[in-house]
Each structure stands twice: as structure tokens, then as C-alpha cells.
Design a protein. Structure first.
Length: 129
């Protein structure tokens, strides 16, 4: 289901008020993941402007995973480095890709550089399932 113009307008107003996606979800009475999906669809449909770094709202751990992906580590290597289960890293990767509107890990790294989230020279990212 495509988000409505009303959703897009309300979302922009709430973001200008400084609300996070979690707060916006509470306002709309839905899950945060639902807000992320609606925002992504609204951007794809031209109802919202392109993503900027303020919209990404990555957690500290998601940012850390993104930085390690940029350094060329696989999800298994990241799991070992951070002392996490592979499934946990996979979930972080899925969440950060969703928040950035990326199809792949390499795409997420590219978006991270474009938004200024990643400041190091772009590395060769590898994403393993």
C-alpha cells in the first residue's frame, strides 16, 4: 500500500518538530518498522524528498556495523570482531539497509558516504548472508 500525501505531510511536520521515527510511530499508533516502510515508499513515490543524514537515525551499533562493512569485513567477520552472533549482525545489517533505503550492503555503504555518515575513503564492502 502506497503512503498517502497526508502521511507524507504529517511526517514532514513531525520531523521538523524534532520527533524521531519511534516517536512518530507512537503518534500514528503503529510500529517503528511501519513508519520506516511508509517513509521509504513515500520517498520512492516522490511524496518525500531524498534521504538526508538526519533521517537515517542509525543506532550506535548499526553505525559501527556500517563502518566495518565499509572496511570490507563480511558479516561473519563483523560478528567475530564485535563478539556477536552472526544472526545479530545480520539483523543490524538488515535494519540499517532498511533505514538507508539500500538494497545491498555495498549500496548502504555508498549511501553512508553520500550522506556524510561515513567519512573514511570508500572501501570494498562485502555482504554475506
Amino acid at each position: 500500500m502506497m503512503p498517502t500525501v497526508d502521511f507524507a505531510e504529517d511526517y514532514q511536520i513531525l520531523r521538523r518538530r524534532g520527533m524521531t521515527h519511534r516517536q512518530i510511530a507512537k503518534h500514528f499508533g503503529c510500529a517503528t518498522s511501519t513508519v520506516h516502510k511508509k517513509v521509504w515508499r513515500a520517498r520512492q513515490g516522490g511524496l518525500l524528498p531524498p534521504l538526508d543524514s538526519a533521517d537515517a537515525e542509525l543506532t550506535a551499533r548499526q553505525l559501527e556495523v556500517l563502518q566495518l562493512l565499509d572496511a570490507g569485513l563480511t558479516q561473519h567477520e563483523i560478528a567475530r570482531r564485535l563478539f556477536l552472533e552472526h544472526a545479530t549482525v545480520r539483523n543490524h545489517t538488515t535494519d540499517l539497509r532498511r533505514k538507508l533505503g539500500a538494497n545491498t550492503c555495498a549500496h548502504a555503504v555508498g549511501i553512508g558516504h553520500r550522506l556524510g555518515i561515513l567519512s573514511t575513503p570508500k572501501g570494498e564492502s562485502r555482504c554475506s548472508a
